[in-house]
Design a protein around this ligand. Sequence first.
Ligand SMILES: NC(=O)c1ccc[n+]([C@@H]2O[C@H](COP(=O)([O-])OP(=O)(O)OC[C@H]3O[C@@H](n4cnc5c(N)ncnc54)[C@H](O)[C@@H]3O)[C@@H](O)[C@H]2O)c1
Length: 300
Amino acid sequence: MSEIRFDDRVVVVTGAGNGLGKSHAMAFAARGARVVVNDLGGSAFGDGASKSAADQVVEEINSAGGEAVANYDSVTYGDRIVECALDNFGRVDVLVNNAGILRDKSFHNMTEEDWDLVYNVHVKGAFKVTHAAWPHLREQQYGRLIFTASAAGIYGNFGQANYSMAKLGLHGLAQTLAIEGAKRNITANTIAPIAGSRLTETIMPPQIVEQLKPEFVTPLVVKLCHETHTGSGQLFEVGAGWIGKLRWERTRGHGFPVSETLTAEQVNDHWSAIEDFSDADHPGSGQEALMAIMANLQNR
Ligand SMILES: NC(=O)c1ccc[n+]([C@@H]2O[C@H](COP(=O)([O-])OP(=O)(O)OC[C@H]3O[C@@H](n4cnc5c(N)ncnc54)[C@H](O)[C@@H]3O)[C@@H](O)[C@H]2O)c1
């Protein structure tokens, strides 16, 4: 196929000073995009701030012949990040919501501050940047949005109650934006990546961190953000050169007669049917999911 290019496109990547975001920003710039490299430059735990992370990536992009500008705002000031794209490049086409931190603790030890901080960076931050970009995407009838989830959100992970909540929340947001943006050619997709970075170097052996290059994740992001890719509201797991797509699976279930009172004992008696995934269903929308439920109103 012909090369996937982003000439005349403006791409905002949040948290692009390190790890995955840096890899995404470099790839978009190498493919012709003008890139806003946003990064607060704090620690992996959300402390501190520095301009050097974003500056360094901009420097690398510019010295490779690309075009980029640094932005140092926290994603919680998303409007300033979008303003930076408009002031420097006059538009915004692609937004990769990538900035993230960790505050891992068992739920027993988790404080409200740990909860709020993770929520603010991942969920509120993605909301703020996306909400600021949204009117421009609607107006130009074009936009490509990426949200960065995690296996911790999909499957749960010990010590990551706050992070799991935030990460799967982002996919909920993406799914609804996919519906609301459909008429205006705005897509929203979610990736659940795995890569060696500051966030994973404390929990993985160094040789695995070294092998799990962010560059194995970025090509999926690039593909999903191209104008020729119209799939939306979808979730992908990606890492180590492997990419797969996820969807909801639902058992055929059991319909009880609505003309009779339903008891917990009846539910118990039909538990194996309720849990039986043979011949499972894969509802692709809320409407599809509701149809099977509403059909049971005829079960008298
Ligand atoms: N690395 C993995 O295996 C993995 C797995 C699942 C999800 N993720 C997600 O991928 C994203 C990137 O993570 P990474 O592994 O590259 O980590 P990283 O720490 O290397 O990069 C994250 C970047 O976000 C920046 N950042 C943090 N808070 C910010 C804020 N408020 N505003 C702007 N920038 C901010 C940091 O300064 C940092 O440069 C995160 O959302 C993370 O949760 C990573």
